[in-house]
Ligand binder design. Sequence first.
Ligand SMILES: Nc1ncnc2c1ncn2[C@@H]1O[C@H](COP(=O)(O)OP(=O)(O)OP(=O)(O)O)[C@@H](O)[C@H]1O
Ligand SMILES: [Mg+2]
Length: 274
Amino acid sequence: MPVPDAAPFLAVRNLCKSYPERSQFGWRRRMRPVLQDISFSLRRGEVLGLLGESGSGKSTLSRCILGLEEPDSGEILFEGQAAHRWRATHVGKCSVVFQDYVTSVNPAFCVRDIIAEGLRGRGTDAVPSLLERVQLSPDLAERLPHQLSGGQVQRVCIARALASKPAFLVFDEALSSLDVSVQTQVLELLRDIRGEMSYLFITHDIQVAALLCDRLLLLHNGKLEDTVDLSCGDALSSPYLRDLVDSAVVFSSEYAAKDAAKYVTDAVSWESRT
Ligand SMILES: Nc1ncnc2c1ncn2[C@@H]1O[C@H](COP(=O)(O)OP(=O)(O)OP(=O)(O)O)[C@@H](O)[C@H]1O
Ligand SMILES: [Mg+2]
């Protein structure tokens, strides 16, 4: 549960970001706004879900917070301090897991070396327990990324992100490549350690968001359209969020599982006809 705090752990104020766009005629460029006047805060220990259609600016916002992109204007503060200064004195305290795990790891590094990057010179003794935390066998430590499945590489990335004991962790659609049973295990791990750090959890999966997050932010065309406090049972006023809820397949009840099975059977019989 988030700890009530006078100053928020993270404050984003009036953030704007645009990218140059080549004009249709020649090389003249104009700027296309991608984030427009975004303001929100995150309390210590809080899990904030960031949802929105593809291209709405979720990854750009997380990259600005992590210092991987320079905003055009606005402020980002960690514990009341300008983000770049805070990061300089809290090395390793911000971690990220990207959806694109293939480009997130050095293909020449074995699993032990990849996780050791997160341990930052503290040796590799913690590697086996970090692998176990993400439901991987410590026997995989000597393997190279191409000798692992996509889901296993993603879990290695999660282990590396946890290795530095971050205070702030960004998950940018990091669970979507995992199968449902592994996703559930990783979600349970994230729920277990949620008090220890603050998360920004980017996802398209409303069920996962509802399971893990305290609040949801909805981005639409680069603007903050809605904030939902799940702990207060806020109603979902945004049509996008309502659509996500309506389209979610619930696997928990026997009835819904039968429906899902029928959906798969229909899809297979359609494929065999074509
Ligand atoms: N480096 C860049 N240069 C130019 N345009 C960019 C750049 N990065 C992102 N964009 C554009 O900014 C917009 C927001 O992109 P962003 O990746 O933040 O969206 P997103 O909400 O994360 O989408 P998705 O759910 O598909 O990951 C998109 O229109 C994208 O094409
Ligand atoms: Mg994205």
